[in-house]
Ligand binder design. Structure first.
Ligand code: GLU
Length: 300
């Protein structure tokens, strides 16, 4: 696929440029000079370049799937507890959460994701297990799972996450005990997957909510809405710049992955660990920018 090769070419100068997520010690140990990208289309074609089959820590990308699971299980009730506006603030900000009385701005900043994980755990009795089931089924890989070393690393160093969860609890916006929610949350973020596996697992968002076996998971309206929240809130406090350059519903993670949905066409997933100033993978952003420039896989 020509646009994929051009994306890889455009990203090359950015690979290794930037910082690793040092606040999670085991992510700081990853080789930053890696790059992989996959484009999976709704009609079953998969194109890959570079380190497309190397597993990495999906981190915040997991938040798309936990939100989808909650919405699929009980509809729109989660929006009573979480808003859907861009935050314009760092993804782990305590100030905004306190100022807004414990109601997170959106489900993709850490506070919002903790509420979603809390709800999923209350609904299923095992938030991370429910997530792993979905990812295994849709990626076709039974060995997909959470990396306990990464989870422990974040559990021990994630003081802000603990603070956010306690603040949410103080406002009555958690159902489960704080330590249970945190354990599930770090485990879901520590999910280890390749670009290929992630792209396949996310295809339901490009297929109006339909899973790989043809069964309905989300309604078309729910899938549209999750894509909309990804476009406005999925790439930290630079979602505007990201939309300007890439123009696709996307979710990035501090492990260096970015997932982008092209409704009715497919999914692109790119990974390169070094993060630019926006907190998203620098090479990943350059690759997606080029991909939407040199292909007609766009929504605009
Ligand atoms: N587990 C990470 C955290 O809570 C996820 C952040 C991210 O990928 O944006 O800080």
């Amino acid at each position: 696929m020509d646009a994929l090769l051009r994306a890889q070419e455009a990203a090359a100068p950015e690979v290794g440029q930037g910082r690793l997520a040092e606040y999670i010690p085991s992510l700081a140990a990853v080789d930053p000079h890696q790059f992989g990208m996959v484009v999976a289309s709704c009609d079953g074609q998969v194109h890959a370049v570079g380190d497309a089959d190397v597993r990495f820590s999906v981190q915040s990308i997991s938040k798309v799937f936990t939100l989808a699971l909650v919405v699929a299980t009980e509809g729109e009730g989660i929006w009573d507890r979480v808003s859907r506006e861009p935050s314009g603030n760092p993804f782990n900000s305590l100030l905004q959460l306190d100022q807004e009385a414990g109601r997170p701005r959106n489900p993709f900043i850490n506070a919002g994701a903790l509420v979603v994980t809390d709800r999923l755990h209350a609904l299923t009795g095992g938030a991370c297990d429910a997530l792993c089931d979905l990812m295994r089924r849709e990626s076709g890989r039974a060995d997909v799972g959470s990396d306990p070393v990464v989870a422990r690393s974040e559990l021990e160093a994630g003081h802000r996450t603990w603070a956010l969860a306690h603040l949410l609890a103080s406002y009555g916006n958690l159902e489960c005990p704080v330590d249970q929610v945190i354990h599930e949350y770090v485990a879901q973020c520590a999910l280890s997957m390749t670009c290929r596996e992630l792209a396949l697992a996310a295809l339901f968002l490009a297929r109006d909510g339909v899973l790989s076996d043809g069964s309905p998971f989300l309604s078309a309206r729910q899938a549209k809405r999750i894509n909309a929240v990804m476009l406005t809130c999925g790439t930290y406090d630079s979602a505007g710049e990201f939309a300007y350059r890439v123009g696709l519903p996307s979710k990035s993670g501090v492990g260096g992955g970015i997932l982008a949905v092209i409704p009715d066409r497919g999914v692109a997933c790119v990974w390169s660990p070094a993060l630019g100033p926006s907190g998203s993978s620098a090479a990943g952003l350059a690759a997606l920018d080029a991909f939407t420039t040199y292909s007609d896989w766009t929504v605009f």
